[in-house]
Design a protein around this ligand. Structure first.
Ligand code: ATP
Ligand code: MG
Length: 563
């Protein structure tokens, strides 16, 4: 495995120490706890690689737990996509659990808290409760309902669950310490009423739902999690996590929470709320729009699980927040594909080239998919009298630094084919070049003895009559600024208007093999990757049909954004 060679990250060090000390009898159990309120993004992958990675490495188990405590935002569509994406990334979970499996247990626990004088029903508005929180240096103000008798609390909480109380009118709060220096201890809300939406699994059974802090640690305890790993914003929640478990635990076993730095990437957003907004408002084509930082978006863009995991492995885990340059992600797919993707010719801005001395119908040339590696496959390239080349590869009048085609007696090689010399061109009334003329040397074919003759430049080409039109979708950064979340104003105004440019290009005939209905496996399109010479990495898009080949640019060959 790739990470075997790297030094241990700080969480692996903790786990190894726990194992040496014989904690939990050497049992390692983690969980990945997504809320099913959106699709997974690359930030989640960082957590996934940690949670599943620890379990894999130390022969433990990682369970998938859906943190489904807010029916207003959650849906089975998200539950399904999350499982699909984790499996695609190559990870295997032990069990699938849902926080909603524990609704009864958590409700009973809340009743127990009320009975023990550790919780009370508050009738104030959310604003009033927030106002009374105080500041880290000033204690909060107690709610007027804080000292309600137990019986009244029990009756009201029951009424909340019975649907007798309107949403937002009452909450259940833990009665802890309104002066605690940790604000999370100032009587946190542990239950709220949600009647406006049925739950995607429990329907209308529940009218009250536990808050994150009352559900997460408890769920970890119920399941036997040993290492509950999350991101740094939860550091301040950890004392509360421990406090709630201590109130009801009936054994010495304790799950422990550990935190690492979130993943942020330049030129994108990493918030499900913002992504949902982009999808709902049609600012992107969907969750799997290839510009989205979602797992399904990256997949459609042409990222492989290996490239994504290598990226996560490169950035590592620390305890300080930071932002990773988008280029790192692109470098991961370049590195992944450079020795894999067949290198083919595609002409983005075609001009016709006629080889005036070429006789006959044409011929099939053999090309290596990756130069110098015949074992990685070869293909046939059709060659004939009329070709397309890139417009910029010909200049009618060139200076001595232009090594490509010009009627100046210089020789240029056609990739995988013959050496040619330009002789002239035709232009239209506006002065645009319509046809370039050249002669070819029949004794200069690549792969023959004459093929060894050196030229200063090699240019790409496709044969006019057999080449295939491709709808190329050229993707770029979704946002035009480095950190859209840090800017004032509406993040939607910062979208890069040139994040998608669609172009019809001409690719070599071999790609016609791709013009068929996409094959799907477990709901995932099975598509091939290519490198278009001098252009970038491309992948076939599932919009492809027998009539139209659609391809997405995964990444350019080199970084164009380097400052
Ligand atoms: P969002 O803020 O986008 O809604 P979230 O943190 O609420 O994300 P969850 O579904 O609760 O999303 O996240 C599941 C797990 O993924 C959590 O353990 C969380 O810490 C982790 N996670 C979420 N975003 C990131 C990120 N950007 N980097 C690393 N881990 C993340
Ligand atoms: Mg969350």
């Amino acid at each position: 495995m790739e990470n075997e060679e790297k030094s241990l990250n700080f969480i692996e060090q903790i786990v190894e120490k726990d194992l040496q000390e014989g904690k939990n009898n050497g049992r390692i159990q983690t969980r990945f706890p997504p809320e099913p309120n959106g699709y997974l993004h690359i930030g989640h992958v960082k957590a996934i690689c940690m949670d599943f990675g620890i379990a894999d490495r130390y022969h433990g188990v990682c369970n998938l737990r859906f943190d489904d405590t807010n029916p207003a935002k959650e849906d089975t569509e998200y539950v399904d996509s999350i499982q699909q994406d984790i499996a695609w990334l190559g990870f295997h979970w032990g069990n699938v659990y849902y926080a909603s499996d524990y609704f009864q247990k958590l409700y009973d626990l809340a009743i127990r808290f009320i009975r023990e004088g550790k919780a009370y029903v508050d009738e104030q508005t959310a604003e009033q409760i927030a106002e009374q929180k105080g500041t880290p240096t000033e204690p909060g103000v107690a709610s007027p309902y804080r000292d309600r008798p137990v019986e009244e609390n029990l009756r009201l909480f029951q009424a909340m669950q019975n649907g007798e109380i309107e949403e937002g009118k009452m909450v259940l709060r833990a009665k802890i310490d309104m002066a605690n220096s940790n604000m999370h201890f100032r009587d946190p809300i542990i239950y709220r009423i949600i009647t406006s939406h049925p739950h995607h699994r429990t329907g209308r059974t529940w009218n009250v739902y536990p808050m994150y802090d009352f559900a997460h640690g408890q769920s970890d305890y119920f399941e036997g999690v040993t290492h509950s790993i999350c991101t740094l914003e939860f550091v301040v929640h950890r004392p509360l996590y421990d406090y709630f478990i201590d109130q009801f635990a009936d054994s010495d076993y304790r799950p422990h929470q550990y935190e690492f730095n979130r993943l942020n990437i330049t030129y994108t957003v990493m918030s499900k709320r913002k992504m949902l907004q982009l999808v709902k408002e049609g600012l992107v084509a969907g969750w799997d729009d290839p510009r989205m930082p979602t797992v399904c978006g990256l997949r459609r863009r042409g990222y492989t699980p290996e490239a994504i995991r290598a990226f996560i492995n490169t950035i590592g885990y620390t305890k300080v927040e930071g932002t990773i340059d988008y280029t790192w992600l692109e470098n991961a797919i370049r590195e992944d594909q450079k020795e894999k993707a067949p290198r083919v010719c595609a002409i983005f801005d075609p001009v016709k080239l006629v080889l005036t001395n070429y006789q006959g119908e044409g011929e099939d040339l053999t090309a290596e998919n990756i130069d110098g590696h015949p074992e990685l496959g070869t293909r046939t390239m059709r060659f004939a009298k009329e070709l397309y080349i890139e417009r910029q590869d010909f200049l009618e009048e060139a200076d001595k630094n232009f090594f490509r085609l010009s009627p100046n007696g210089r020789e240029v090689r056609l990739k995988n084919a013959y050496i040619i010399q330009a002789t002239g061109c035709d232009k239209d009334a506006a002065g645009n070049i319509t046809t370039v003329y050249a002669t070819y040397d029949p004794n200069s074919k690549s792969g023959t003895e004459g093929g060894n003759r050196k030229t200063k430049a090699t240019i790409n080409w496709v044969e006019c009559h057999t080449c295939v039109d491709v709808e190329a979708r050229l993707y770029d950064r979704l946002f035009k600024v480095e950190n859209p979340s840090a800017e004032e104003g509406d993040f939607r105004d910062l979208l890069n208007p040139e994040s998608l440019i669609t172009k019809t290009i001409k690719a070599e005939a071999w790609l016609r093999n791709e013009m068929k209905a996409t094959e799907w496996k477990d709901g995932i399109a099975q598509v091939n990757h290519y490198q278009f010479l001098k252009q970038g990495y491309f992948v076939v898009d599932p919009d492809t049909t027998a009539d139209k080949l659609v391809m997405n640019r995964t990444a350019s060959l080199k970084d164009n954004w380097q400052k």
